[in-house]
Design a protein around this ligand. Sequence first.
Ligand code: PLP
Length: 452
Amino acid sequence: MTVAEPLFGSLLPDIVTSPPGGVSRHLAKRLRSVESRNITYFDVGWPIFWKEASGSNVRDVDHNLYIDLSGAFGVALIGHAHPRVVHALQAQGEELIHGMGDIHPPVRKVELIERLCGIAPWVDAQAVLTTTGSEAVEVALKTARIATGKPGIVAFRGGYHGLTMGALAVTDRAHFRSYFEDQLYKGVSFAPFPECNDVSRVTADETLGLLRAAFQQGAPNGDPIGAVIVEPVQGRAGVRIPPDGFMAALSDVAMEEGAMVIADEIFTGLGRCGSMLASERLGLRPDIVCIGKVFGGGLPLSACLSSQSVLSAWPENDGEAIHTSTFLGNPLSCATALAVLDVVEHLDVPERAEVLGSQLLSELQDSLRGAERVSEVRGRGLMIGIELVTDDGSPWKGGALRVAEAALAQGLIILPAGEHGHVVELTPSAFLTEDQATHSLVVLSSIIQKIH
Ligand SMILES: Cc1ncc(COP(=O)(O)O)c(C=O)c1O
């Protein structure tokens, strides 16, 4: 009996030329001259240019083969180019590529929204399809404003909700805000985000007290507060995990105050954190949920979900929708999203994420115990963070980028996270093979143990 060779998607890294190779460097030069300098990050060891991807593998233009532990910004939870997604894309491409979302909608839009409502936590669920995560957040904020009549918002320190103006107003990172601070809505109160590990030095009870005070005082500009927006696990802030019971208590406070809870599940949702929605697992009871990333299977698609009772606050369309866009309900991305939901539901992706995530987490915790630069390894499902510190225990600014560059040279794609770029973030596919997982952990642990 012959043993089948692993296929592209399940392979171990193969670095044939030190990345970035000559073709990547040449493309970098071309790109630098035509793209705004703020967009792509260039450094000696960065970037590589992708040629093809499947499962957990990426091949660059210099024929280097990598394992993608980033899921490409957390999107590829079911792997790159899952066969069902590719098939759906091809079939839909033959039939209809673009439709008229809010005027003469494509069939796939109906099918997708019906399906989506089945995973929402309300019996009378409805949804608005959007294109990017930021746009889903815009719809959520507008919905809460219309439904409560109160424009003020509570958001959390470290929270990331996107970079369009409405979403940026609730995103807490000076790096993204500073140039636009004077244009951002001033009715946002930022509360500390308590963490189960105490790093935030604020307890859940203190935060809840601050929240109650914020509701009493109103937003900084005096507006009454009508919404709380929260990531169940803060992703880009460096995989920050709330203490048990905090999310449930947050829902109680919001309900008592007549405010809506917006769960930003753009990163955590659709199985990433070990359940279809992370809110379920953490006891958060949202009025509005945003999803994105995994949803489109690699095509740009997101959604804002809520109940009919909330969404009915929007007026009936009188011929001109108040919030819509050219590509709303794009048939290609609706078709791939239907395939993604098939895979997530039928191949038990949340459970896989939970099992694989727990295994990776405990192995990393073991192998990095005592490592000089590591203060903590934490995670929920397949969202794992390795926090790096300097000698005096403060966040190691830029440390995770150093690790990411060293990892790339050895065939692992990872991304830095955290306000100081001090957290190594791992958000791989739930179909990472055992060999790929073992290899990645050995290489990554060795890099992190040696780096200083
Ligand atoms: C929690 C969360 N919300 C919103 C966004 C914004 O999504 P997008 O980049 O698709 O606009 C992100 C992106 O990383 C995110 O992690």
